[in-house]
Design a protein around this ligand. Sequence first.
Ligand SMILES: Cc1cc2nc3c(=O)[nH]c(=O)nc-3n(C[C@H](O)[C@H](O)[C@H](O)COP(=O)(O)OP(=O)(O)OC[C@H]3O[C@@H](n4cnc5c(N)ncnc54)[C@H](O)[C@@H]3O)c2cc1C
Length: 395
Amino acid sequence: MDTRTQQSPPARRAFDAVVVGGGVIGLVVAWRAAGRGLSTAVVDPEPGGGAARVAAGMLAAVTELHHGEEALLDLNLESAARYPRFAAELSEAAGAGIGYRSCGTLSVALDADDRAQLRDVHLLQQRCGLDAQWLTGRECRRLEPMLAPGVRGGLRVDGDHQADPRLLAAALLTACERAGVAFHRDWVREVDVRGGRAAGVLLADGTALAAGRVVLAGGCRSGEPAGLPPGVAVPVRPVKGQVLRLRMPRTRPPFLSRTVRAVVRGNPVYLVPRVSGELVIGATSEERGRDTTVTAGGVYELLRDAHELMPGITELPLVETGAGLRPATPDNAPLLGPTALPGLHLATGHHRNGILLAPVTGDAVAEALVTGELPDYARAFGAQRFSVGAPGVPA
Ligand SMILES: Cc1cc2nc3c(=O)[nH]c(=O)nc-3n(C[C@H](O)[C@H](O)[C@H](O)COP(=O)(O)OP(=O)(O)OC[C@H]3O[C@@H](n4cnc5c(N)ncnc54)[C@H](O)[C@@H]3O)c2cc1C
């Protein structure tokens, strides 16, 4: 007897939700979806990787405020406010910390032009009702004695903290596993559309997963799976960032006790000190497609600018260099929740703020998966705002 003729095709495994991409955003969505009672799967060849491997982990709602991004500020503040509880809950669920540290941030100016620019930023912060205090150069150095003598002034922002993105990703992975999230270590090749709605995904190895909801959370690659109808726009592009990791000595007082950032000759640079002794220096911002090469020029510029801020860094061991891709959208804000295709959701486009926005994204997208709608605080970041027919988008 030919047994092959008797075998039926393998049954499609069925989930309430399948999340495409296991970076911090896909993982936080999966963890929160499982917490809301949805049977959930994550598909990613390397879950827990992605941009979090290189990200600095600044939770910088205030010091990342740019002109024209006032709407995003509200979402950033909402997420920053959720961080202490989120960090405690996730650490408990995973049995491991995420390096959440309420250390504050100091933005400094190195010359008269920088100072004028920083004063302008301060005015914007004040107009938005944010807490930021102007300090003289001397006051800045009193807080952080390793700063260059030339520092002309700065803004003390006690509400901008940090988390360790690598620890965050690892904790989310464990929390997902403990919450019963299934993992498929493969690429999603196609979104399976049946009867006018997303009905699952097809993996590169041929496996089919059925699902009532599909979430595209693949960072800058979120729009790549085949099968998306023309009415679904996923306008994300990669913005490369190079980062250095140095090791600080274990001295008292510490080499650097809070995040310090500046704009040096037009280039933003920051130094993020971790309790572990790691000092993260970042980051370049380059539009080079999916290239993640660490270049001599990138390393040189970061060291040059960081050295102007803190000459003492040249004594420290340089232990790692890296580059990652920020998923950027046309308005620098994330794309969240339902798309024009029933059953298909987005959780992507977090650009410079994906670590900061993890708590609010997990909550908002899980809510949309359960109820079909984003909560009020996330509505302005709906996934359909760049789709044909949306206000301001030509048909
Ligand atoms: C240099 C740098 C510094 C940064 N600093 C900060 C900071 O200080 N503070 C902050 O808040 N944010 C920061 N960010 C931004 C933050 O890291 C990102 O916004 C965030 O990590 C994006 O997470 P993500 O899960 O959306 O995407 P990613 O991390 O890119 O993860 C996407 C995942 O999806 C998977 N995937 C893609 N396509 C598919 C597919 N078809 N099938 C299966 N899997 C797929 C990939 O393998 C990947 O694992 C920084 C980023 C960079 C690069």
